[in-house]
Design a protein around this ligand. Structure first.
Ligand code: SF4
Length: 90
């Protein structure tokens, strides 16, 4: 799938409860990187793992895989994503 088509994809975010674009998911994680749930949220829409593997530095992709495998506290996760959203709007 071409990058432009991927960036225009939308889905309901299980953490925010609203529709968001794949582009947001790419930038809503630590240090403006991908959200730690990006693999879990998008695998049904397209081959997100392959897309990220091709578009991220190998070390960053490996870190994303490692982070995605760690369980996260739900409240901590909501606070985290809300904080990042607030940082992006201020
Ligand atoms: S990847 Fe993160 S920001 Fe994107 S839909 Fe999933 S939980 Fe929400």
């Amino acid at each position: 799938m071409p990058d432009q088509d991927v960036n225009n994809l939308e889905r309901r975010c299980p953490r925010l409860g609203s529709d968001i674009s794949f582009r947001y998911c790419l930038l809503s994680g630590e240090d403006d990187g991908p959200c730690f749930k990006i693999l879990d949220c998008w695998w049904e829409y397209f081959d997100v793992a392959d897309y990220l593997r091709q578009n991220m530095p190998a070390a960053a992709f490996a870190e994303l895989i490692r982070t995605a495998e760690q369980p996260k506290n739900k409240i901590g996760s909501i606070i985290d994503i809300a904080r990042r959203a607030q940082e992006k709007t201020s």
